[in-house]
Ligand binder design. Structure first.
Ligand code: MOS
Length: 741
């Protein structure tokens, strides 16, 4: 274990920071064409006709596809309905109605502007509660309700009867966008009946499956390659619209076609996070024990929802609190707004903001220390019955409180230090995310010189998969890290890996790599045992040398063994770990923030941020810290400045640019202090990609409450919302706070 647990810089770090790394849209193919999409200017309409005659006369234009002709389904575009890749029924402003391929980007752009679409406008609806009313315009013939999701444990009414106090409150989360730095791009070409797509995907296997399904060709005829990635955060899973559009334009023209989304296309053609409205009712005993929690929520799915109907729309309360009586009801409705889907910890960011703001508010109203309140109510067993394989939540809370010096810095709301118009506040929140076990494969080849080649189907969207997997390979095989080369992201070459979604790579592909490396190692040791004439069980490898454990002087370089079986040592593994019944696996976190709130202008300045995580064993503390810092930074954007604003009378997205959709900048983000509680999980490292974004919004909102005594109940906490909350608190009570009769 020489490498695991050490701070290793990314194996591809130099390429990434020096500009040498090639991203999808950097690749060129001979004779390739450039594509551009044409999107709808209407929120809800039937397309009467598409006139491409003028566009086709633009010099260099080679093909146009439009919604009147393709007839191709985009299965992953809306798993609960049948979504056409290009539909004659327009459901939001920005829906793609046609795509043009031309010899240059300029010609493609000019032609796209000359495509004439005639619409028959339909009445539109932009609010999920409105969309569920009988008289609402029908976005889907089967109705605007995508689904009602329900969760129940215990008996919520009994829980309310046991309570001494009952509180009610409503929290709202806005529409956010994944806003990856790399916009969506696909470069596709056909060779005979074989399709190759270089895609900005999170999952080469997922993209291949979707392309094969929707284009109705066998998997063997589709090759998907992932190069360097500029993020994705959930909206590049499986096959996406630009993969399919590039493929059909390439087929129609017989040439390679690159479709690279502009930032405008990215904001409308790739999904973001769905907005929610969460109405809570909570019952608490005098000592702070939560006895009942009820949630009735609305989720705005937009025109389509790129997530399966089995996955919850709001997640968190049952997973964070042990409260025995819970009832959740989430109404997910379609509206004539941009489509939605997964974004980093998809349903948990909203669920955590709502429930952790609520818990904090209740603790404060009851004059109970918010840290003590969490310690009293946090989850212990999954669903109150299944033991976790490891559970560091208590330690995360305690450690974070100690690091931020909670007992010293916390004060009653609005009674802390002030600096002119600035009030000091401190807040905390707990959270977490699933740590799932799934199947994965890996191949570990040992070259005749003793170096090794790891082949894995990951994409490394930014989490550092190549680095962490190389570390596991080198460590297991007993060779230096620089002797491992990794090949990744190519369905024709690599074995199966789960998509880089759900924070599953280090755990699951890591296990496959470990077992494949062990397989290669045992082949080497078997050969070495013949050469040294000793029992293979007495042998081990370290630093590229095979030696006898009980007599380390008896040794032989690994390369000497490998050269006797030139390039013939191929370790391989397909792993499929399963949890025994009655067990659950989850990553936990507790976040603490210190803020200054300017009472005059409502601005929030984050002064200090402490994130404590239980993600089991940490393979690479450097990239793990980076994950948490990246996740918290993303969370700060959602907490403070990001919001996709859809005009509620026209359906237009008001801010489809990075100038107006405000991501956090360096000046907005303080140093993020990262600490780990390294629980010993028998199944290895736990998820870490998604957990760090979960508690941020609530930690900030709770710190703001502590600073100014006003509860902001909607993210992002813009200056306007902070000022409005401060005024509200001064005039009328913000909450129903009454004794149960
Ligand atoms: Mo993720 S939101 O599972 O890429």
């Amino acid at each position: 274990m020489a490498i695991i647990g050490t701070r290793v810089a990314r194996v591809d770090g130099y390429e990434r920071v020096s500009g040498k790394a090639l991203y999808t849209a950097d690749w060129k193919q001979p004779r390739m064409l450039y594509a551009e999409v044409v999107s709808s200017t209407r929120p809800h309409a039937e397309v009467v006709s598409v006139d491409t005659s003028e566009a086709l006369r633009v010099p260099g234009v080679e093909a146009i596809v439009d919604c009147k002709e393709t007839g191709i389904t985009w299965s992953e575009g809306e798993p609960a309905r049948s979504r056409m890749l290009l539909d004659e029924h327009i459901r939001f402003v920005g829906e793609i109605v046609a795509a043009v391929a031309a010899k240059t980007r300029y010609a493609a752009h000019e032609a796209a502007e000359k495509v004439r679409v005639v619409y028959n406008d339909l009445p539109a609806v932009y609010d999920p509660e409105e969309a569920l009313k009988k008289e609402a315009p029908q976005i889907w013939t089967s109705g605007n309700l995508r689904q009602i999701q329900r969760y129940e444990r215990g008996f919520v009414e009994k829980g309310f009867q046991e309570a001494d106090l009952i509180f009610e409150d409503t929290f709202r989360t806005s529409r956010f966008h994944n806003a990856a730095m790399e916009t969506g791009a696909s470069l596709a070409w056909w060779t005979g009946g074989n399709l190759t797509v270089i895609a900005s995907t999170q999952s080469v296997t997922g993209a291949r499956a979707g392309l094969a399904k929707d284009l109705q060709i066998p998997l063997s005829k589709v090759r998907v390659i992932a190069l360097y990635k500029g993020g994705g955060f959930g909206n590049r899973s499986n096959a996406v619209n630009h993969d399919l559009l590039a493929a059909i334009l390439a087929k129609k023209t017989g040439k390679p076609v690159l479709l690279e989304f502009s930032r405008y296309d990215e904001f409308l053609g790739s999904h973001g996070r769905w907005p929610t409205v969460q109405h809570y009712r909570i019952g608490v005993k005098k000592d702070g024990e939560v006895t009942a929690l009820q949630l009735r929520a609305y989720a705005d799915m937009g025109a389509y929802h790129r997530r399966s109907p089995e996955i919850p729309y709001i997640r968190g309360p049952p997973e964070f609190y042990r409260c025995p009586n819970m009832k959740l009801e989430v109404y997910a409705a379609y509206t004539n707004t941009p489509f939605t889907g997964s974004m980093r910890a998809p349903p948990a960011v909203a669920g955590c903001f709502g429930s952790e703001s609520l818990m904090d508010h209740v603790a404060n109203q009851m004059k109970i220390d918010p840290v003590e309140f969490r310690l009293k109510n946090h989850i212990i067993k999954a669903d109150n019955k299944d033991e976790y394989t490891s559970n560091g939540i208590t330690e995360c809370i305690r450690k974070g409180a100690e690091i931020i010096d909670w007992k010293r810095v916390w004060h009653p709301p609005s009674q802390g230090p002030t600096y002119g118009s600035l009030n000091h506040g401190v807040g905390m929140a707990i959270g977490g995310w699933m740590a799932r076990l799934v199947s994965a494969s890996a191949i570990m080849k040992v070259n005749r010189d003793g170096s090794a080649h790891l082949v894995v189907g990951v994409t490394d969207i930014g989490g550092g998969a190549k680095t962490v997997l190389s570390m596991i390979a080198a460590d297991t095989l007993g060779i230096p890290l620089q002797d491992v080369k990794v090949t990744w992201g190519d369905t024709d070459v690599c074995p199966f890996a789960p998509g880089e979604t759900g924070s599953r790579t280090t755990t699951n592909v890591g296990l496959a790599v470990k077992v494949a490396a062990e397989d290669a190692k045992s082949q080497l040791l078997a050969k070495a045992s013949q050469m040294l004439d000793v029992d293979p069980h007495g042998l081990d490898v370290a630093d590229g040398t095979i030696f006898r454990r009980d007599e380390p002087a008896t040794r032989i370089p690994l390369s000497k063994v490998a050269e006797t079986m030139p390039d013939a040592i191929i370790g391989k593994a397909t792993t499929d770990p399963k949890l025994p019944s009655g067990k659950a696996r989850f990553s936990f976190a507790a976040h603490f923030a210190e803020v200054l709130v300017d009472k005059e202008v409502g601005k929030i300045i984050v002064k200090r941020y402490v994130a404590v995580h239980d993600s089991g064993r940490i393979v690479n503390p450097l990239t793990a810290e980076n994950q948490v810092q990246g996740g918290v930074t993303m969370g700060l954007g959602l907490a403070l400045t990001e919001e996709q604003i859809v005009n509620k009378s026209t359906g237009y997205l008001e801010n489809p640019s990075l100038w107006t959709y405000r991501l956090p900048m360096h000046l907005d983000v303080p140093k993020i202090e990262v600490h780990f509680v390294e629980t010993d999980d028998p199944y290895g490292p736990k998820s870490l990609g998604e957990p760090p974004v979960v508690p941020v919004c609530a930690a900030i909102a709770n710190a703001v409450y502590n600073a100014v005594g006003a509860r902001v109940k909607e993210i992002p906490l813009t200056p306007e919302r902070v000022l409005r909350a401060m005024n509200t608190t001064q005039t009328i009570p913000s909450d129903v706070n009454r004794r149960h009769s």
